[in-house]
Each structure stands twice: as C-alpha cells, then as structure tokens.
Design a protein around this ligand. Structure first.
Ligand SMILES: Nc1ncnc2c1ncn2[C@@H]1O[C@H](COP(=O)(O)OP(=O)(O)OP(=O)(O)O)[C@@H](O)[C@H]1O
Length: 873
C-alpha cells in the first residue's frame, strides 16, 4: 500500500481528503476533533455521531457512499469551505456497519458520550467501539450457524505457527507445523474473517481487504482473506509467552500443550494481544488455549473440500445443495456450528469415531428418546454466545432470560438421558447444580419480557430489593397523584376539557383551551401559548415532577446495578456453562445425524484399520435428497484388499453376493478402478459418492448405503473438472497438472484418490499418455485406493498389465434412436462414450457426424497401448 500526495482540490469542490487540509485551525471545532480521531485510525472508516446520525467526512465519506450506495453530499467545515459528507441514521448503525465489515473494512464508532443538552461547547465524543471482521460480537452481525474466526499467523522460513479464536464463543486454539502448504490448507479450512500477520513494513496497522495485496504478505497466505498487518512486538517469543502465562494464570505452557512450540506460542500471544487491544471496553472471555496437530485429523485439502461440496456448491457457492445442507438436522445454533466443524475436521481415531457411532445407534434404536431430545433441544438457546456476552458485560436482560430458560431445560434433558449408555448422552446426565440455582435466581429477579434497553428501568421484579420497592412505590404514588390531578382540577376549575400532559422540554403541564383561559385559578403559572391552548404549571406539580424524575433516575440506576451484578454472576460461571454447551452441541449433532439415518435409511459403517473399502448399494447423500424418492440408483464399491498382489491374471472387480448389480466372482478388491461411461451417465456422481461416504464415516456419521466396511483413510484427494484459475494466471491444463502433482507427491497407500478426468486440457496423445502414467504410478508405486473416471477407454488396457487395477463402467441402454441412462456401475470397461451421439443430439450437421465416426474407427484400430508396452517390457 502506498500513500501518494493528494492533488490540491479545485475551488468550490468539497474536500475529500483530510491530508488536503493544510491548516487545521481553519476547520470548525467539530471537524478538528473528527480529524484528530481519524489520525489515530487512518486505516479504518470512522463513523462520527452528530445528533441523530452517524456522519462521516472526507475520504471515508467517499468510500462509504460508494460501498453502501449512499448519497455523497457536503457540509460547511469552517474556513476551509465544504467537506465531503455522508451519514446513516444512528439507530441503523449496526446494519450499515455489518455491510462495511462484510466487505472487509474496519469501522471505528465515535459516539456522543454526553447529552447534547448538558454540553458546554462541543458535545463530548469518544471512540466506543472498533469493529473488524474478526472481532464482532454484535448478535446481528454474526451468523448463528457458523463460527467467526480471527486467526494469527507467524512464519519462520518453512515453519509456521497458527492460532485462531472465535471471540463470540470463546474458542481459542493454536498449532504449529513445518510445511507452508499445510498452513494454507488449514487457513482454507478455517475460512477466518480476519488474519493477523506481524510485519515491520510501512503499511503496518492497515487492514487489507480480500484481494488487496501487500509485499509484506508471503505467498502462502491466500489472498481471499482480510489481513491485519500488526507490529511484530506482541508476536515475539518473550512477549507472547508472558501474555499467555498471565492470561491463563499458569507458570508454564506445558499444561496448554505448547511449551515446546515457539511459533504456536507466538501466534497465540499476538492474537491475544490484538483481542485485548480491540476489546478494551468489554474484555472478552476466552476458553483455555488448546494446542492441536493437523495430523490428528483426516486431511481434506481445500480442493477436495470444494470438489466434494462440503459446505457450499461448486457451481454457485450456495449452501443449498452442499453436504452440510443435506446432513444438518440440528436444533440449536451451537449444534449447527459444531456439525460444520466436524465435517471440516473428520477423525482418524477409530475410538473417537466409534463413540460417535454408538451414540447415533442408541438414538436410532430409541425413537421416543430421539424425538423427546429433539423437542427439548429446540428450546435451548445459544449458550456459547450468550455466555460470552454475559462474561464481557454485553448481555442484555433478554439474553439473561434466554440463558435462564435454557438452564431450566437442562434437568429435563438430564432426566431424558438417565438410562442412556453412550458417552455423548451420558455427558448430559449431570447438570451442575449452580446452573439450576442461576436459572432460579435469574427468573426470580428479571421480569418475563424485559426491554432491550438496560438503563430505562422495567427490568427487575418487585419483592427482590427493599430499596427498589420503596423507590418504585414513591414514584408510583407521585404518578398516581398526577394521574388524579386531571380529574381533581376539572372538578375544581369547572373546565371539562382540562388535561395534564408531559413533554421533554417542560415536563408536566396543565393544558386548557384558550376559550377557557379566563377561568384559570390563581396558582396556575402560564408557560406556553399555542394556537388553541394555553399550557400552565403549578408549584405543586413541579415539585412532584422533580421528585418523580429524580426517583426514577435512582430507580433505573438501582435496577441496572442489580442486573449488572446478575450478569457478572453468570459471567463468573462461564467455564461451567461452556462445558455443558459443548455437551449439548455434540448431542444435538448426533441426534440430528440419527434422525437423518432413520429418515434416509443410512447404515452404521464398520470402521477398520486396514485398507478395505466395501460399500454395498451406496448412494450420494445430496443427489439422493434432490431426486424424488427411489429415483437414485445405488451402486457398490470395493477397493483396497490385498489378495490381488502378485496375481498374473487380469483382475475382475468382485462384488458382494447380496448386491444385485455386481458380478459375484472372486473376493478381490482392486486398488485402482478405471471408470468409464458415456457423458452424463453418472461417473462424477459416483466418484463423489465414494468420497462423501468415506468422509461421513470418519466424521462418525452413519452413511447412505445398505452396508459398509471402511478402512480409515489418512487423506482424501480429488481432482474434478477443470477450471481456469484466472486470478493466478494459470491455464486449465496447468491447474490440472498442479493438482495432479500434489496428489502424486502426497498420497499414500492409506489415501483415497478420486480422479475425474486427467489430461483433457492438452493434445489427445499427451493427455492420454499422462493419464496412463498417472494411473500406473498410483496403482503400482503408491497403491492408494483410487477411482479414475475417464473418457480415455484406452486406459482399460492397464488392467491387463497391472494386477491391482480393474475396469468398471457406468452403463446405458442403447435403443435405436436414444440412450437410456441406467446409472449402474458394472464390471468391465465401456467401449463407447457416445460423444458423437451427444453431438448428433445437439444438432451437429450429419456430414460432420459421419466423418467423426470414420475418424474414430481409424483411431480405435491403431490404439494398442498395452500391447506396445508389453512388447517394450
Ligand atoms: N446413481 C444415480 N442415480 C440417479 N441419477 C444419477 C445417478 N448418478 C448420476 N445421476 C444423474 O445423472 C447426472 C449426470 O451425472 P454425472 O455428472 O455424474 O455424469 P458424468 O458421467 O460424470 O458425465 P460427464 O462425463 O459428462 O462429466 C447427474 O446430474 C445426476 O442427476
């Protein structure tokens, strides 16, 4: 980022840059203050409260009017002339700020901190809030079903440290690794809203919006995120370590798991400093820092996550149509967020997977329990976020009522699961007694439907505090006196339309129509004359009014203090509430998965330590739900058994005796399957189905199949389709080759590799040769379990040379004038792609079709790759 010297402005055009103001004393007082504040936050947009508006001036006015499509006007700024200005109504600041933060801006709110009526001279204003994409806490700015992560990255040569936190839930984790590619992948998994990066570059302090670049940012940091360039000091080992020790009140970081991970410590310490810096007014409550290792989880790289459409579709990036969309039957916001996290971080540990499966199984088998649980879970609010709001002093009375309501559901929840056997349900059996006490206390103190505002009274029930009751009684009696005044004075004066009113400037007054003003008693003092009425006060009325106003202020203050103490009490138990929130979220996820398993007919996969993948009648979990019931054609998969090693004869892919569309031959499962079939027959769908079933199984979910035995995978790789990556200037073919290289360099015998077309972006023979060599390398050298979908039918010949390769095809039925798609995967290679047929249907001229058939005949005659290779050997 560079700062250029602004051009001087032509006369009469409003100033659009604070740097153009040569002599600030020529600005009127308010603008001088605005510019002073702006100097402190040059990289943020400053919203400045002026009366009922948040206004913004100079360069920020130009940016905001462009980004929010607001009218750009100007205002007189003193001797300097007019300055550019735009503004939003103060009550709508959250809505507009959300839009700006979503676009990657940091926004500083400078509010009036005294009543303009009390101000002597310029109204006092202060910065009350700094909002950046990763530090949001306002309910309306956060998405209930996903975490809002703030990350921090430290890089030392090839090593990295990454810490991340969601300050709205308190989650705080750190990790360290030695391959920068893993850092990129981990950031892509987290999709943080903001990433902190320490630098000593001149653009320190700036927030780079998605797509903006800076020479300070290393290549491995994806340009799709917002980056806050921070000073290196808090990211130094000494500063970071002492910050963490102090925060978590520990003597060593051993207990947090990162004592010997200096980069993880530096990232976490720097992150913590930023959180504290931006949340000075209301410190947030974070959970104890947890250290994790990437290799604890199934590695699903960004490409694969995208291709398998885990959280959004490839075509238009929507949630609808993604795996998460198809699986989410959760009832709470916490559950929904947890399911997303689980899908993005499947497990490797069989024990962990089995304990999730056990819980699902128990809930599948016990329908009344499942249904009652789901019913009850719906009544539990977002404990995680409500607790953080309470602990940071931001919760309002409605938040505390929501917490109390949720706490009072917990004993019911515990009763429901009292006979449960599985670990995730047992976790709900014990409700910490303090939560029941808190629920009782909150319900007893706070009225049922409290107002949003905390300083205007109406929060606390009667009978809680003697002083409060006494003050309320005084106010009520004075109010009653005023209410009676109208009736009494009508009688006394004989004026039937006499009224008692109230307005902000005079307080209480007596209103009489002008025609009756001669009947006004002597003690009335005239205050105002309107067209048809006269307004009066009396000394008595003013005395009562003064009493009421003072007593009401005291009353409101007292109510606020009682509320604040309750809120603190809740905040002090944040850790206990969080533990139960985690248990509720996990139970919610598993209950939802059980419900899904019942309704969609999923089975419990048997998880194995070996390499076998045996799925009988598997289905694609998303496509199945998008088609009418019964339309999806199930297909089986057998991969990765050992028997074939050393076998000379070509291997036919064996099927299960129970599976109708499979040939029941030998108990053999190849490592690599060449999958052929016409366009649109279902190859890509099948490929993804295999990947999704494996991923779901490692999440602990049941899977869409009749039965399944699945060996744990260390990684799932996919290469699907080909898209030009214009952003990085890479051609379709180069993207394809990069992805293929990544797979060949990282896959192991325990990986699952799903390839959908390789070598199509170049000349046919180059492409075919690369495809052949890649398939051979995967089958012979790596021996990963692979499905390779292709239109190169020549690849079917590979199975005649390499024993652990088999051919499969997606079948169609050929009628004289049409093709019927059967979507069935069967042994054997397809000999036709019906590409020419597709061209005919699309309307290619008959002569072109005829010629294409002749050419194809010639090509097929001369294609004898396997024979040639064998001869060569
Ligand atoms: N098993 C199935 N049962 C029912 N419908 C299916 C099945 N598999 C695929 N389909 C339908 O067929 C359509 C085409 O499938 P898919 O895109 O997987 O074909 P493809 O063989 O990969 O085609 P191409 O070679 O042109 O890329 C899908 O959109 C889906 O609706």
């Amino acid at each position: 980022m560079t700062t250029s010297t602004p051009e001087p402005k032509p006369p009469n055009t409003p100033l659009t840059d604070t740097n153009l103001v040569e002599d600030r004393s020529k600005l009127s007082k308010m603008y001088q203050h605005y510019v002073e504040v702006k100097d402190k936050y040059p990289h943020a947009l400053l919203l400045y409260r002026v009366g009922d508006f948040f206004e913004t001036f100079f360069q920020d006015a130009v940016t905001i009017s462009r980004e929010l499509e607001l009218v750009l006007t100007s205002k007189h700024g003193g001797e300097v002339g007019r300055v550019a200005m735009t503004g939003v109504p103060h009550h709508a600041w959250e809505r507009y700020t959300t839009l700006l933060v979503e676009k990657g801006y940091a926004v500083v709110i400078c509010d009036q901190v005294e009543d303009s009526a009390d101000a002597i001279g310029l109204v006092k204003r202060e910065v009350t809030r700094i909002l950046t994409p990763g530090t949001l806490l306002e309910e309306g700015m956060l998405k209930a079903s996903r975490n809002n992560y703030l990350a921090a990255v430290v890089i030392a040569v090839n090593h990295w440290g990454l810490a991340y936190a969601d300050i709205s839930t308190g989650e705080f984790l750190t990790s360290q690794g030695s391959d920068l590619e893993h850092l990129t992948q981990e950031l892509m998994r987290l999709q943080p809203s903001e990433v902190l990066f320490p630098t000593n570059a001149p653009d320190l302090g700036s927030l780079l919006r998605p797509g903006e670049t800076s020479p300070s940012l290393p290549q491995c940091l994806p340009p799709t995120f917002c980056y806050s360039l921070r000073s290196q000091v808090p990211f130094s080992q000494a500063e970071a370590r002492s910050k963490l020790l102090q925060k978590f009140k520990v003597r060593s970081l051993e207990g947090l798991g990162c004592e010997h991970l200096p980069l993880a410590v530096r990232a976490a310490g720097g992150l913590l400093e930023y959180i504290e810096d931006t949340q000075k007014a209301n410190p947030v409550s974070l959970q104890l820092l947890r250290t994790y290792t990437l290799t604890d989880y199934l590695i699903v790289d960004h490409q694969t996550r995208r291709n398998l459409e885990i959280t959004q579709t490839v075509r238009d990036g929507t949630f609808h149509g993604s795996l998460l969309w198809a699986l989410d039957r959760t009832r709470t916001a916490m559950g929904s967020r947890a399911l997303r996290r689980w899908l993005l971080q499947p497990l490797l540990d069989i024990k962990g997977i089995k304990s999730r499966q056990d819980t699902i199984q128990e809930l599948v088998e016990n329908t009344p329990l499942r249904q009652d649980l789901r019913q009850l879970l719906r009544q539990i609010y977002d404990l995680e976020r409500l607790t953080v709001r309470a602990a940071s002093g931001r919760a309002n009375a409605r938040d505390l009522v929501a917490l109390a309501d949720s706490f009072s559901r917990l004993p019911e929840l515990s009763r429901l699961v009292e006979d449960a056997r599985s670990p995730f349900l047992k976790a709900l059996q014990k409700v910490p007694p303090i939560l029941e006490e808190l629920a009782e206390k909150l319900h007893a103190h706070i009225v049922e439907s409290p107002p949003i505002h905390l300083k205007e009274g109406g929060l606390i029930r009667a009978g809680i505090n003697a002083l409060l009751d006494e003050r309320k009684a005084t106010v009520e009696s004075d109010q009653q006196w005023i209410a009676n005044l109208e009736v009494d004075e009508r009688v006394r004066t004989g004026i039937p339309n006499l009224k008692v009113g109230f307005n902000k400037s005079f307080g209480y007054y007596i209103s009489i129509s002008r025609s009756k003003s001669d009947q006004v008693p002597d003690n009335y003092i005239r205050k105002q004359t309107l067209t048809n009425e006269e307004r009066y006060i009396t000394p008595d009325l003013k005395e009562r009014e003064a009493r009421i106003l003072t007593a009401r202020d005291d009353l409101n203050q007292l109510e606020y203090e009682i509320f604040d103490a309750l809120r603190d009490e809740v905040g002090n138990h944040a850790e206990i509430i969080r533990n139960i929130a985690r248990a509720v979220a996990a139970a919610d996820v598993l209950c939802g998965l059980a419900e899904l398993a019942v309704h969609q007919g999923y089975c419990r996969p048997e998880m194995l330590t070996g390499r076998e993948i045996a799925v009988i009648d598997g289905r694609h979990p998303v496509v199945e739900q998008s088609l009418p019931a019964g339309f999806f054609v199930p297909n089986s998969t057998w991969l990765g058994e050992k028997n074939h090693r050393g076998t000379e004869k070509p291997v036919l892919w064996a099927g299960s005796p129970t599976c109708s569309n499979w040939r029941d031959t030998e108990e053999e499962k190849p490592d690599l399957v060449i999958l052929t079939g016409p366009n649109a027959s279902g190859k890509s769908c099948y490929l993804r189905q295999v990947g999704l079933i494996q991923l779901m199984a490692q999440v602990g979910s049941f899977v869409p199949a009749r039965s399944a035995k699945l060996g744990i995978c260390d990684r799932i790789f996919t290469r699907v389709g080909a898209v030009d990556d214009l952003a990085t200037g890479q051609s379709t073919f180069m993207v394809e080759m990069n992805e293929t290289a990544n797979i060949l360099n990282h896959a192991t015998a325990n990986s699952l590799v799903l390839l959908d077309e390789i070598g199509r972006g170049t000349a046919t023979f180059d492409g075919l040769s690369i495809a052949w060599a890649v398939a051979e390398y995967l089958a012979v050298d790596i021996k990963s379990r692979t499905i390779f979908a292709t239109h190169y039918h020549e690849l079917n010949e590979l199975a005649t040379i390499v024993p652990n390769v088999a051919n499969y095809q997606v079948t169609v039925k050929e009628l004289p004038d049409q093709i019927i798609f059967l979507h069935q995967v069967q042994p054997g290679g397809a000999d036709k792609s019906y590409g020419i047929e597709a061209g005919r249907l699309a309307g290619l001229p008959a002569v072109v079709i005829k010629r294409a058939k002749q050419v194809m005949g010639q090509i097929e005659k001369h294609s004898k790759i396997a024979m040639g290779l064998r001869e060569g050997l």
